[in-house]
Design a protein around this ligand. Structure first.
Ligand SMILES: [Fe+2]
Ligand SMILES: [Fe+2]
Length: 188
């Protein structure tokens, strides 16, 4: 159903080898998580594989997508410039492979989250954070939590991010904060 070979090739041609290896690891982890949470394994694999397709786009390319799709330049130019690859990625996969909204949304939400996240979005988000070659204590704990309770894993992740950003005098993106508040309220 999915042309995984073509996607893998496109990925290879669009991202660094570091990002390519990361994408393969995220795809495998997403598949494992989908199995664990009884979701569509192949769809999870594909989404994990392609989630960072726009991450290594050149500045010219990014500008082109921003103009063509009227994306907010704020995300790109200010401290959250890492976020825009999720917005562009979700458009790219629709355009190139006509992937469905479930996949596009999971890609769109994989950097900062969103209060409307589904279980599928959450496993993609967390697979991206836990599928690491060089793990540490934080990632190990996040991984354990991810397989136990997705919401608690997200709360743990965003609180850690909040602290990390605080040290740099930055704040969580407002979408992440909104999500964190909602999850904390629902998981008291
Ligand atoms: Fe990403
Ligand atoms: Fe990623």
């Amino acid at each position: 159903m999915y042309n995984i070979e073509k996607m893998t090739n496109d990925l290879k041609n669009n991202v660094s080898s570091f990002r390519y290896n990361h994408s393969l690891m995220v795809a495998e982890e997403a598949k494992k998580l989908a199995k664990h949470y009884k979701l569509d394994k192949e769809k999870a694999y594909v989404t994990g594989l392609i989630h960072d397709i726009a991450k290594d786009f050149s500045y010219e390319e990014i500008d082109k997508w921003i103009k063509e799709y009227n994306l907010s330049k704020d995300l790109y130019l200010k401290i959250y410039k890492d976020i825009i690859h999720a917005d562009i990625g979700s458009i790219v996969v629709k355009k190139w492979y006509n992937l469905d909204n479930e996949i596009c949304n999971a890609i769109l939400y994989h950097t900062i989250g969103n209060i409307n996240m589904t279980k599928f979005d959450k496993i993609i988000f967390l697979a991206d954070k836990i599928a690491r070659k060089n793990s540490n204590e934080f990632i190990e704990e996040l991984k354990i939590l991810t397989y136990k309770n997705l919401d608690k894993a997200l709360i743990f992740y965003f609180n850690e991010q909040k602290e990390k950003l605080k040290e740099r005098n930055l704040e969580l993106h407002k979408n992440s904060l909104e999500l964190l508040k909602l999850l904390e309220k629902n998981n008291q």
